[in-house]
Design a protein around this ligand. Sequence first.
Ligand code: UFG
Length: 329
Amino acid sequence: MKILVTGGAGYIGAHMAKWLARAGHEVVIFDNLSTGFRFLARYGTLFEGDLNRPETIERCLEGQAFDAVIHFAARSLVGESVQNPLLYYQNNVSGTVNLLAAMDRAGVRRLIFSSTAATYGNPQSVPIPETAPTRPINPYGRSKRMMEQVIEDAVAAYSFDAVSLRYFNAAGADPEGELGECHDPETHLIPLVLQAALGKRPAVTIYGEDYPTPDGTCVRDYIHVWDLVAAHDAALSALMEDRVKGYDVFNLGIGHGYSVKEVIEVCQRVVAQSGCRIPVQVGPRRPGDPAELVADSRKAQRVLQWRAHHSDLETIVRHAWAWTRRYLG
Ligand code: UFG
């Protein structure tokens, strides 16, 4: 197949491109390199373009006969979205409108969309099923929810088939160590902890230990990036084989949460094998962090026949550590 991966120079998109290339598909990566990296875009042909310059995505799709688009290109920092919401609505929402218009014109009718648990906001209970109300609590989450709505409306009007995959906490790195997580600035827990282990940061700060959780720190559902991209592959097969038609939504997590303290403990164990240790301090809560986010992913298991194989926390951390040492060490 021939697949377009928007945002394929970013953390998850680059892993997706590798998975697809390994499976023998032809991969084109569309990325403006604003938050992605050229060196991650190594498993596809890189087309430098910007969804907010519609002529670039039109040119990319022109005469190419793509079988599907997997859409990762979006900004994804909660704090930045509060500071600069219009950037998020313009980049994420308008970018998606332009992508869909260009797909319609080029006759590309299948889309897999990189959505997020941030569309749920503060859940009433966990684990969270796809039927839970979507009440995002920041512009990032709202922009992703709007992107879903735009896609759903486009499906109804222009006969696309599309799937939204709502990720919980993507983590870990390519099991072969070639690709991994790098953001600038970095805000995610596991990379920050591992950078502290390498001495690149003085310490990791636990954002609050007064949450209503067993040890007082936030609980998240960490899913290995390789399991995450496997789920996209499963969604792609379901779309190609007409097992999923119209528009559908799936949560992607493993259905088990770990607290910030538990994550740091596992990281301590893994880095100790290399003679490293992680200085830890406790700070105030980070605004906007829900206490607990855990996925009910049974729908993805049932409909997409997807299973997580790499997502025990120790494997996630071992792979992330191997990449971090190679990349930063
Ligand atoms: N945390 C710390 N210290 C840090 C960094 C994070 O204690 O230095 C805590 C956070 O407070 C949170 C947990 O670690 O409780 C995980 O934080 P991350 O920033 O790694 O991930 P989030 O759960 O905030 O966000 C992730 C994605 C978002 C997405 C969200 C959906 O990165 O894009 O899940 O819930 F919106």
